[in-house]
Design a protein around this ligand. Structure first.
Ligand code: HSE
Length: 297
């Protein structure tokens, strides 16, 4: 009648895959507990580590849970307690972790009436509340693990892609908050044909690189001519971080989700550590408070 979950942080976009690519981190995430209760409906009973609304209709976990229960009504209810370890507005899927945990946990307590694709659909409602757009590139990897590709939003079609064994992610988070809604408001609605050609070439390259475990191809494909030029300027020291990641031997780097976190992908733990140290030193030099994480994928 109760379940305790680790709900992982995620990196969306991965440079060339705006709104369609994402990956799941292993060791950074929220903790969520869900209890069945006699009173029907969804109650968020506590949130530790963040100042977020408790009303279910205003909370991403609550909204996602309610979306599920609208399709699967019950004569009992659910109480959700959340311990946030992922800061809101950090660019590693904070809202997605809460939404994904709520629908995953409730689905388990109901005896698994739904599959991953449905859970993604419900969790997307939480993302819509958080950022104004029902993007799935954080909730999909949070629910399915490894890498995910949203092949289509309508109808929803999601492909899970295993991670090559030696692949590590480094994430550096400057201690500032950048709301996804704000980072989306700077984007243009049109893409030039030359940029589109590059972008879909790289996205194909990234997917091919993951399937064939071709680390060089993965690295070459981590490029973004569409979103990065518009958002990079919102992130302190962004160009410098990318330069040192490359010097440290990372395969590639870019903005994590909508920022302000910056990620790098690396082959092997030693390379990831070297990259993390050198990226951290960039913020050390300008005395900017930050966190840095290394995770296998
Ligand atoms: N694809 C979304 C964006 C991810 O970049 O706005 C937000 O984490």
């Amino acid at each position: 009648n109760q379940i305790k979950l680790f709900s992982p942080a995620t990196i969306a976009n991965l440079c060339c895959g705006f709104d369609v690519m994402g990956l799941c981190l292993d060791n950074i995430g929220d903790e969520v507990e869900i209890h069945k209760s006699e009173t029907p409906g969804v109650r968020i009973v506590s949130i530790a580590g963040a100042d977020l609304p408790l009303e279910a209709e205003k909370n991403v976990a609550g909204v996602a849970a309610l979306a599920l229960l609208r399709e699967w009504p019950t004569d009992f209810g659910f109480e959700i307690s959340i311990t946030k370890k992922i800061k809101a507005g950090s660019g590693i899927g904070s809202s997605a972790a809460s939404a994904a945990a709520a629908v995953f946990g409730i689905n388990e307590l109901l005896g698994r009436p739904y599959e991953g694709l449905d859970l993604i659909r419900f969790a997307m409602q939480g993302e819509k509340l958080a950022s104004g757009s029902a993007h799935a590139d954080n909730v999909a990897p949070a629910l399915l693990g490894a890498f995910t590709l949203i092949r289509s939003y309508d109808p929803l079609d999601v492909i899970r892609i295993d991670s090559p064994e030696d692949l590590y992610a480094v994430v550096i988070h400057p201690d500032i908050e950048l709301r996804t809604a704000d980072a989306r408001s700077v984007l243009k609605q049109n893409v030039s044909l030359p940029n589109a050609i590059e972008q879909w070439g790289n996205l194909g390259g990234l997917v091919a690189g993951l399937y064939t475990k071709d680390y060089g191809l993965i690295g070459r494909s981590l490029q973004d001519k569409v979103i990065e030029p518009l958002r990079g300027i919102l992130i302190p020291g962004f160009d410098k971080l990318k330069t040192v990641a490359q010097q440290a031997g990372a395969l590639g780097s870019g903005i994590s989700g909508s920022g302000p976190s910056v990620f790098a992908l690396c082959k092997g733990a030693a390379s990831a550590q070297q990259t993390a140290d050198m990226m951290s030193a960039v913020y050390g030099q300008i005395s900017l408070k930050h966190d840095v994480w290394i995770s296998s994928i």
